[in-house]
Structure formats: structure tokens, C-alpha cells
Design a protein around this ligand. Structure first.
Ligand code: TYD
Length: 207
């Protein structure tokens, strides 16, 4: 089963992936966790170019193609081989991030963008996608709390995040595999909700 996690920066995706991995492994499943951009030696190199604060002159088209190139490699080198063996693949971001960030955030044409994504991911369409939704004020306070060093994309101002969030909500309406999760709840509650959806999917109720 292929599950992707989406959300604005600091939405708590990685905590949820950690909890889900533990839970699935305890139940005897083989679980592979990947993060985007990255996850293979080539993709990690592309990640460094994308997030490097020195690369301020990068145009949006380059940004989109680099994310997609990193993804195409990850799909063929890691995701598809594991799915073939019936493993769980959990991905911290996937192609929906490109639609939300590069499409809605940066204004790259959505149709073109989706076509590029279809080419990049091929058969690796997620079974379920969790969008962990948090209000913008919460991002600001988490940023301060974590005293985080921000990467090139996180340095964007909040009107950018407003557009990115709209992109996710657009996808949630459009794509059946999307589940919108209230990220303001405690991490245990969020985890429970995620498990509920996975169990529903697995029992075939939602297919
Ligand atoms: P990362 O440090 O992995 O952030 P996070 O922990 O929030 O996932 O950095 C990834 C950044 O790249 C993040 O700001 C979102 C952005 N991004 C895109 O703009 N487009 C994409 O297709 C992907 C995968 C990520």
C-alpha cells in the first residue's frame, strides 16, 4: 500500500509518519519511509540544489522540473519495487506537493504541471493521501518554537502559504484518495484518525 503525507511546512507530517511506521511494524508489516525531495542518491543531490539558499536565481520552471526529476528516480528505484513486494510505502510529500507549491503557490500552469506529474510518477499513484491541515498562525508559532533554520522554500511569506493551502483543498475536492486531517488535534488523535482511514481502506470499504 502506498500512502503519502501532505501539508504545509511544520504540519506534523513527520511525527505522524513515525507513529504510523511503528504501529505497522508492530503488526508485522514491512514498511519503507521516504521523503521528498530525496530518497535515492541522485534524488538527494537534486534536493540539495533545490533547498540551497544560495540558488535564489532559480526560476519556477526549473524548480518544478527538478522536483519532478527527483521524483521520477525515486518511483523507479524505490517505490515501485517495494510496492511489488506488497510492502507499505510511506512518503513524506509526493506529487501533490508540486501541484500545491509550484502550481498554486508559484503560479505554474496546473494542466501542464499535472501532465508532468503523470509522466514522472507513472503507475505510482498513492492509495491514500493524508493532508494534515493546520492554520497559518500555527505554522508561525511552530517556526518560532523550533527556532528552525528555514530552507529556501520555507523563507516564503504567508501569502504564499495561503495559496499552497488552497491548492491542497482543491486537490482534496478533486481526488478521491485524499483525506483532510485536522492537524490542530493532539498527535495521538491525529494518529488514530489516520489508522481509522487505513483500516477502512484495507477492509475494502472504500475501494
Ligand atoms: P523539507 O525540509 O523536506 O520540508 P518538510 O519537512 O516541510 O517536508 O523541504 C521540502 C520543501 O520543498 C518544503 O518547503 C516543500 C517544498 N516542496 C515543493 O515546493 N514542491 C515539491 O514537489 C516538494 C516535494 C516539496
Amino acid at each position: 500500500m502506498f500512502i503519502t503525507f501532505e501539508g504545509l511546512d511544520f504540519s506534523g507530517k513527520s511525527t505522524q509518519i513515525f507513529l504510523l511506521r511503528e504501529r505497522l511494524e508492530k503488526a508485522g508489516h514491512k514498511v519503507v519511509v521516504i521523503r521528498e525531495p530525496g530518497g535515492t542518491p541522485i534524488s538527494e543531490k537534486v534536493r540539495n540544489i533545490l533547498l540551497d539558499k544560495k540558488n535564489q536565481e532559480m526560476v519556477f520552471e526549473t524548480e518544478l522540473l527538478l522536483f519532478s526529476a527527483s521524483r521520477a528516480q525515486l518511483v523507479r528505484e524505490v517505490i515501485l519495487p517495494h510496492l511489488k513486494k506488497n510492502h507499505f510505502v510511506l512518503s513524506d510529500r509526493f506529487h501533490d506537493s508540486s501541484v500545491a507549491y509550484q502550481g498554486f503557490g508559484r503560479g505554474v500552469d496546473i494542466e501542464t504541471l499535472m501532465e508532468i506529474q503523470r509522466f514522472a510518477i507513472g503507475d505510482a499513484v498513492p492509495d491514500l493521501t493524508f493532508f494534515i491541515d493546520i492554520p497559518l498562525e500555527m505554522i508561525e508559532s511552530r517556526k518560532i518554537k523550533h527556532n528552525a533554520e528555514l530552507d529556501r522554500i520555507e523563507l516564503m511569506k504567508s501569502d504564499f502559504y495561503i495559496k499552497v493551502r488552497e491548492g491542497y483543498l482543491f486537490l482534496a475536492e478533486k481526488e478521491k484518495r485524499f483525506r483532510v486531517i485536522d492537524g490542530t488535534k493532539s498527535k495521538e488523535e491525529v494518529h488514530k484518525e489516520i489508522m481509522k482511514y487505513i483500516e477502512m481502506f484495507e477492509s475494502g470499504k472504500e475501494k
